[in-house]
Design a protein. Structure first.
Lengths: 303, 191
């Protein structure tokens, strides 16, 4: 299934125009905030992208649930001003950010604040931006506002997972990103499957730390996916277990079809796992050879 | 080690019967996928499987066996999955090539030296052995032990037939030396 996995991996990657669209949107949000909070011109340094848009593990087709996660670095004076509030400074900061963004995103776009973020839902419902106003500490971690339960300031370190991802993705020659996207596609194709992106990425990294350590070719992807589902079945929460086991059983079936030279059945079975982005093979090749019976094999040796 | 290049008939054999294998003339290697559909004995298990292999024709032994490697790392992964060293699945510990036959037996299977058709059938059967072990956790037929043990087992299998091979392998120049070696190995391997 080398060709099919290669096509599939490509089918679920964002297109250049989708990437550009996302970039325009999150830069637009951060530029507006930068102009309000700083006297300097915007050069992107007050923006910190994290999550799947940072690791480029977001998948097609784009849905309105796929948000761009971005931190906007607020000045120290702003952080100290809101931190000094006697009641819910975090909420006041989020409201201020919302107000600033409302000056730019007026009629058709929707802006809401909740919890720790301000979310801008665009008219086309794609690449909606969740912006976290955050104060960057000297150690590179952030203080972020949480407006719930009276308000608090939380520590946040998105760089940790990004570093782990980059390290794994380099060692596995891109397999970490490919496998993450494939598993996200499985999640999207599996109703009632609640598997958070953050946990999914951690699981993929941990799995590849002990399996396929140096990456894999497309011809090995069926084996990679099958092994991952087995790993997941043994390492996931109860709520995910049945989904993972069903996926593993299907992956084993697809893998066996492939080995039996039945790519049509293999592709149909992979579609049950991944949905219609997985290429469908319409017919099997003519049998190359019938079963050969042999009776006097040579004994393997070793040295 | 000798260099063997494929002739027209051998290239046609690949094209017609093994279309997933390609002969790289420049590198003088055969590379690609070797599918098989085999049954060991009339009542045996049918296994349909395939492996990615590379046959290096620049290194062909005096008995006609080239260096053969499984290139997708599957055998190593099977060994890891089963918790055994790759050498137990007959991978050469020095270069990772497949140890498909003990040299004296190669003389019997390849009486005229290199024979591509026979070699590919041989590799298929060897890979059947691997796939069978992967699936059933047992071997479909026995194997020779590693290194010196294999030669002792071969000698014990047919003392008349394999005496000269044994002597040659251990460089035994006299009969007493030969007898001492047998005794020493039997003691070492408790046979």
């Amino acid at each position: 299934m080398k060709e099919e996995f290669s096509k599939f991996a490509n089918n679920i990657r964002l297109t250049p125009s989708q990437k550009d669209d996302a970039k325009t949107k999150y830069n637009g949000v951060c530029k507006k905030l930068h102009t309000s909070y700083y006297d300097t011109s915007y050069d992107g340094s007050t923006k910190f992208l994290f999550g799947s848009y940072k690791t480029k593990t977001n998948v097609r087709p784009i849905t309105e649930n796929q948000d761009v996660d971005v931190l906007f670095k607020i000045p120290k004076t702003t952080y100290e001003k809101f931190k000094a509030y006697s009641s819910n400074g975090p909420s006041a900061l989020l409201q201020e950010v919302k107000k600033i963004l409302s000056e730019k995103y007026t009629t058709t776009d929707n802006i809401k604040t909740w919890g720790k973020v301000v979310k801008i839902t665009f008219a086309d419902k794609t690449h909606n931006v969740e912006v976290l106003p955050a104060f960057e500490k000297e150690d590179g971690t952030f203080k972020i506002p949480n407006s719930e339960n009276g308000g608090s300031w939380e520590n946040f370190n998105p760089r940790g997972q990004i570093d782990r991802f980059n390290s794994s993705n380099t060692v596995t020659d891109g397999l970490t990103a490919d496998l993450t996207r494939m598993i996200k596609t499985w999640v999207d194709n599996t109703s009632t499957c609640n598997y958070k992106s953050y946990k999914l990425l951690e699981d993929v990294i941990a799995f590849l730390n002990s399996n396929f350590k140096s990456g894999a070719t497309y011809s090995e992807y069926s084996s990679v996916v099958k092994s991952f589902f087995k790993y997941l079945s043994n390492h996931c929460s109860e709520g995910l277990k049945n989904h993972a086991k069903t996926a593993f059983d299907r992956a084993v079936k697809a893998y066996d079809f492939e080995k039996e030279d039945k790519p049509k059945e293999a592709s149909e079975t992979w579609r049950k796992v991944f949905g219609s982005e997985f290429p469908l093979i319409s017919s099997n090749p003519a049998k190359e050879q019938n079963t050969r019976v042999f009776t006097n094999p040579s004994l393997p040796y070793g040295y | 080690m000798a260099i063997k290049t494929l002739n027209k008939t051998e290239i046609e054999l690949l094209t017609n019967e093994y279309p997933k294998l390609r002969y790289d003339v420049g590198k003088n290697v055969i590379k690609g996928i070797l599918p098989f559909n085999l049954k060991f004995g009339p009542d045996g298990v049918v296994i349909i499987d395939q492996y990615e292999i590379e046959i290096d024709l620049n290194n062909v032994s005096e008995f006609g066996i080239p260096i053969i490697k499984e290139t997708s790392n599957r055998i190593v992964e099977i060994a890891a999955k089963k918790g055994i060293p790759p050498i137990d699945l007959h991978l050469n510990s020095m270069n990772g090539s497949m140890c498909i036959i003990i040299p004296p037996k190669a003389k019997e299977r390849y009486p005229n030296g290199f024979d591509l058709k026979e070699l590919l059938r041989h590799i298929e059967e060897h890979l059947y052995w691997i796939s069978y072990f992967e699936k059933y956790n047992k071997t479909p037929w026995k194997t020779y032990g590693h290194g010196d043990l294999g030669y002792l087992q071969l000698y014990l299998e047919d003392k008349i037939k394999y005496t000269s091979d044994f002597k040659e392998h251990f460089s035994c120049k006299s009969r007493p030396e030969f007898r001492r070696k047998i005794k020493e190995l039997k003691k070492t391997y408790d046979l």
